[in-house]
Write a protein that binds this ligand. Structure first.
Ligand SMILES: Cc1cc2nc3c(=O)[nH]c(=O)nc-3n(C[C@H](O)[C@H](O)[C@H](O)COP(=O)(O)OP(=O)(O)OC[C@H]3O[C@@H](n4cnc5c(N)ncnc54)[C@H](O)[C@@H]3O)c2cc1C
Length: 368
């Protein structure tokens, strides 16, 4: 049997590292184990909204400008129409997933987290976790092992409501970004997200309900984007992942708590997955110190509310093309509507303001 730690984190992706850093910053002893080795890559839109950047800063991490690219807002492009808005304050940042992972690993090391790579966890135990036959004793166990979490199953937390799973393919291109916004291109039952991630590179991610639809086959439906990418060289291989919406009944049991995609997820269309994860990690660490995981359950639910609502709204626009085009026309005729929607998306508008915006949008749609 090995020496005890306060917190054992299973999974060293963004959620696991964030949970480890937050717990360590509050003085707890933390071990992280991951079956892979860094830098760990994963298909992602690679955009951090301003609220995500703020949550990352709370963990003591700022992304240097020479390995990233700021963006000042979001553009929607659909059926020949374009709607654009800037964030109400601050910038988002595009950063390659491998770089974000490296920065998080460096921060975890700097605050004294013990990191074990190539170390798959094989089970949990009332007193800690199992690495094969070895028991590592731990007061708390964190399941940060992603969307297909085994910890969730081991802890008996595998009861959830799940919407349609969507399929994502991501590739980078060596090209000078043509925009200082993150672009969301709407196509026939699919979207392509474009995020500038460096002065000479962009990340392009396709998301659809069709597991066989790849980027090259989808691009002809996006003529503007296809023409921009025609002469650009890919700078990474195409990689796939799934994107789901999943709401768990319970995110803790006994001494085991889930964080990040293991604890449920909002559809990737929101671009808020990492922000949500970093915030969960912060609250979870506070709840460990207070010895109160019931509060974590409560706060976890509250944190997911806004992104989940935005995901529902945006996925409705995905399914209903004629509604989307009416919304786009309304955004075009009154750009303040889109600005306010974006402000709400990043948590800078209250639900009351949102309701007022909904009414204005409805009125505008009826009159354009
Ligand atoms: C297409 C797409 C685009 C997205 N775009 C954005 C975006 O632009 N902005 C944004 O904020 N979010 C985005 N997201 C969401 C974001 O990528 C996720 O929320 C984030 O990856 C969650 O991280 P995680 O650490 O929970 O899971 P993961 O990144 O999956 O990490 C889980 C880790 O656990 C490890 N592991 C698994 N099992 C074990 C085990 N038994 N023992 C030890 N280790 C184990 C794995 O090796 C892995 O490293 C996107 C998601 C998708 C699918």
């Amino acid at each position: 049997m090995e020496r005890a730690t306060d917190v054992f984190v299973i999974g060293g992706g963004p959620a696991g590292l964030a949970a480890a850093i937050a717990a360590r910053q509050l003085g707890l002893g933390v071990v992280v184990a991951d079956g892979s080795r860094p830098p760990i890559d994963k298909p992602c839109g690679e955009g951090l909204m301003p609220d995500g950047r703020a949550a990352l800063a709370q963990l003591g991490i700022s992304v240097p400008e020479d390995v990233s690219r700021p963006f000042r807002g979001i553009s929607f492009v659909s059926g020949g129409l374009r709607a654009e808005a800037n964030f109400p304050a601050g910038c988002g940042i595009g950063v390659r997933r491998t770089i974000l992972h490296r920065l998080m690993v460096e921060r975890a090391e700097a605050v004294g987290v013990s990191l074990r790579w190539s170390t798959p966890v094989t089970g949990i135990h009332p007193e800690g976790v199992l690495l094969g036959k070895q028991l590592v004793r731990s007061r708390w166990v964190v399941g940060a092992d992603g969307g297909h979490s085994l910890v969730r199953r081991w802890a008996g937390l595998d009861r959830f409501r799940s919407d349609r799973t969507r399929f994502a393919f991501r590739r980078h291109y060596r090209i000078r970004p043509w925009t200082d916004r993150m672009e969301l291109h709407w196509g026939p039952k699919c979207q392509i997200y474009v995020t500038p991630v460096a002065g000479d590179e962009i990340c392009v991610a396709l998301v659809s309900c069709d597991p066989h639809l790849r980027l090259d086959a989808a691009l002809p439906a996006f003529p503007e984007l296809a023409s921009r990418l025609r002469d650009a060289d890919p700078s990474s291989a195409e990689r796939g992942a799934t994107s789901s919406t999943r709401k768990l009944r319970q995110v803790y049991h006994g001494h085991v708590a889930l964080v990040g995609d293991a604890s449920g997820a909002v559809d990737s269309i929101t671009g808020e997955g990492l922000c949500l994860t970093f915030r969960q990690a912060q609250v979870l660490a506070e709840c460990f110190v207070a010895g109160d995981l019931r509060r974590y359950q409560h706060e976890h639910r509250k944190l997911a509310r806004r992104p989940a609502m935005m995901a529902r709204l945006m996925l409705t626009l995905d399914w209903k093309t004629s509604l989307r085009q009416r919304v786009m026309r309304a955004f075009n005729s009154d750009p303040r509507l889109f600005s306010r929607m974006l402000a709400m998306h990043v948590g800078a508008l209250s639900p009351l303001d949102f309701a007022a915006n909904g009414l204005s949008l409805g009125w505008r749609m009826a009159t354009v």
